[in-house]
Ligand binder design. Structure first.
Ligand code: NAP
Ligand code: GCO
Length: 264
């Protein structure tokens, strides 16, 4: 029996799949045969995304939905089930970051990051799992982060959320493995998307951003990741090929977590 990486006939929901990492993973799923659904909050982002998917030859279905609002999520899942069928693959990708020194961060700012990056994966998973149980299988992929393992200045809320998301991943794997649902995480390293654009801005003197230089020096592969670097790992964790992988966080980081850094 050959290894099966195909997603033929599967229904995949990628939250926040309008652009960035989510868009790339959804493209990978479509190329592997899946029917793709995605959501975002902005009508403008939605319309641009549908055009971008069409340019890739993908008839993705887009849903305007704020993943922090349970009623919106439940309606979206019902609509996807009517339009495409029961969801086989869920990627909790939608997320934000706020880079503010902790003691300067307002409580509502901290809460907003936790709400989107941690509470929402709970809300969406809770809405999708019953259908997976009925179907007898399911794949949940939570997009964690290097900040599920490490901290750094100004990202306290984000690191707390992504650390929690790592443990939510392990707990879903523990609680629903008996229903043939595998729940794993992907921990991207530093990826060139709109979320990290401020860290890569060219300086007034034309030099690269100091953080850009720092990350490249800390990455054995000496480059930022691209959203496309996440496509293969996502297809693997969404496919039958990973049916006995459960509760695992797959870091796709060019080796940065393994590397102490070059001696100056
Ligand atoms: P991005 O470019 O900022 O895209 C985020 C996506 O999430 C957008 O489609 C956004 O669309 C959507 N979104 C945000 N809040 C939402 C909400 N409340 N409801 C529905 N959709 C929402 O981010 P990215 O860099 O692709 O990152 C995607 C995921 O990977 C995030 O979870 C991020 O934490 C994680 N990650 C990123 C990196 C990196 O280096 N880029 C590394 C590790 C992990 P709307 O604004 O239109 O809603
Ligand atoms: C930051 C970056 C990181 C990346 C990613 C790393 O400000 O440090 O945004 O948090 O987004 O999460 O894995």
């Amino acid at each position: 029996m050959g290894v099966n990486f195909s997603l033929q006939g599967k229904v995949a929901l990628v939250t926040g799949g309008a652009y960035g990492i989510g868009f790339a993973m959804a493209k990978g799923f479509a190329e592997a045969g899946a029917k793709v659904a995605f959501n975002c909050r902005s009508k403008e982002h939605m319309e641009k995304a549908l055009e971008d998917y069409r340019k890739e030859g993908i008839e993705a279905k887009g849903y305007l939905c704020d993943v922090t609002v349970e009623a919106e999520v439940q309606k979206m899942v019902e609509d996807i089930e009517k339009d495409l069928g029961t969801i086989d693959i869920l990627v909790n990708n939608a997320g934000i970051i706020k880079r503010i020194p902790m003691c300067e961060m307002k409580v509502e700012e901290f809460r907003q990051v936790i709400d989107i990056d941690l509470n929402a994966p709970f809300i969406v998973s809770k809405a999708v799992i019953p259908g997976m149980i009925r179907k007898g299988h399911g794949k949940i992929i939570n997009i964690c982060s290097m900040m599920s393992e490490l901290g750094r200045e100004t990202v306290s809320a984000y690191a707390a959320a992504k650390g929690g998301l790592k443990m939510l991943t392990k707990n879903i794997a523990s609680e629903y493995g008996e229903y043939n649902i595998q729940c794993n995480g992907i921990g991207p390293g530093y990826i060139a998307t709109p979320q990290t654009a401020p860290l890569r801005e060219i300086q007034p003197d034309g030099s690269r951003h100091p953080f850009d230089q720092f990350i490249v020096s800390k990455t054995p592969q000496a480059r930022w990741g691209t959203p496309e670097d996440l496509m293969g790992p996502a297809v693997f964790l969404a496919s039958d090929a990973s049916d006995f992988v459960n509760g695992h966080i797959l870091y796709v980081d060019g080796g940065i977590l393994a590397y102490i850094g070059k001696q100056p």
